[in-house]
Design a binder for this molecule. Structure first.
Ligand code: PLP
Ligand code: COI
Length: 355
């Protein structure tokens, strides 16, 4: 379906030995695309198996105009990060969970998917080939974007006959313009993010376009992002555009239960496991929007987002404010999680993989 120029694996090691860091203003990274050196790609055949993948120079790809992704939206994304520890090691956080989530998404979207091992190979090769783009300790991380999409052509509505698995990366720091400051969320009452039986629970690319208008409106009014309600009743909170949400009430941490409409975030899962380990009571259940008034702290979780404090939530013209000062549950969970991810805290859960 498309042609990638040259195979260049021999050059990759040589180049990364000469130059430790790419020429980047590491103190001013946000979350915008920085062009790195290489990307990884592989294609599936009709039987659904993926070929041996390879690295090529980062660049445009070519697609048949009738490709499944362009016509019928067969596409999945993943998001993960590679961190540089103080000791120079490059670490990834629970990457096999991203591989499994892509597999689950592929089943839902009727797509071929790479095996966990092929997924891991693609991600590792991308990180190693672009290691000079992994920011220095404390300056951010290399965000990896694995993509799976229908690259085979078909005119009628049908699953594509061929799929492409592609991985690229970009050095990033904070996702929100607020930096590490607290977020102000707006509860969207008209546009839902996902419906029962839909694809909200997988990382389909088609989950993002439909909420851009809600995000645009919220941002135009000065909010950081949108908090969505369930499509069925409009009474319960679900998640933010690209992050899960948690409420802290004393020793109890509450988060909406995932029932196919909410993405099962890997940060969400890790925060739940960590919180239980630390002795908090964690409740995964329906969370009525009115309950937002009862929380002391609110935070969002995600790979891009990290563990981000929420300073306020506006619903139906009423704004509720939350504690955001140091010494809170949010900060405790964030500092332990970041410590594990960057290797500064010993990893009791065996979550970290050295690349
Ligand atoms: N919810 C949505 C819609 C997302 O896009 C993301 C980002 O990946 C998350 C939640 C958080 O998931 P994770 O913690 O796996 O990054
Ligand atoms: C992530 O946290 O990896 C996301 O997917 C967020 C995003 C869509 C930029």
């Amino acid at each position: 379906a498309y042609v990638v120029e040259e195979h260049v694996p021999e050059m990759v090691g040589a180049q990364s030995e000469v130059e430790e860091y790419a020429d980047v203003d590491w103190d001013n990274l946000g979350f915008s695309l920085v062009r790195t050196d290489y990307m990884f790609a592989t294609r599936s055949c009709r039987e659904g198996n993926f070929e041996q993948g390879y690295l090529s120079r980062y660049g445009n790809i070519e697609l048949n105009p009738a490709a499944g992704i362009l016509n019928y939206g067969q596409g999945l994304i993943e998001g993960m990060k590679a961190y540089r520890g103080e000791d120079g090691r490059i670490l990834m956080f629970r990457p096999e969970l991203n591989a499994l989530r892509m597999k689950k998404g592929a089943e839902r979207m009727c797509m071929h998917s790479p095996t966990v091992q092929q997924f891991m190979e693609g991600v590792k090769q991308t990180v190693l080939a672009n290691r000079r783009w992994v920011p220095p300790p404390g300056k951010g991380s290399l965000y990896l974007r694995p993509l799976l999409f229908g690259s085979g052509a078909s005119l009628g509505v049908s699953a594509a006959s061929e799929y492409t698995f592609l991985v690229f990366g970009s050095p990033v720091q904070n996702y929100f313009k607020e930096g590490t400051g607290a977020l102000n969320l707006y509860v969207e009452e008209v546009i839902p993010r996902a419906c029962l039986g839909g694809t909200g629970g997988v990382k389909a690319i088609s989950n993002y376009g439909p909420v851009l208008e809600a995000m645009r409106r919220a941002k135009a009014r000065g909010f950081s992002d949108v908090l969505y309600l369930d499509a069925e009743t409009g009474k319960n909170i679900e998640e933010v555009s690209a992050a899960n949400i948690f409420l802290v009430k004393g020793n109890t941490i509450v988060t909406p239960a995932t029932n196919g409409t909410i993405l099962e975030g890997i940060t969400r899962k890790s925060v739940i496991e960590l919180a239980i380990h630390l002795g908090y009571k964690v409740e995964e259940r329906k969370v009525p929007v009115e309950e937002l008034k009862e929380a002391e702290e609110v935070f969002c979780t995600g790979t891009a987002t990290g563990v981000a404090s929420v300073g306020s939530i506006t619903f139906n013209n009423t704004t509720t404010e939350y504690k955001v000062k140091d010494g809170l549950v949010t900060q405790q969970l964030r500092s332990i999680l970041v410590g594990i991810q960057t290797g500064s805290i010993q990893d009791p859960m065996d979550w970290v993989l050295q690349i």
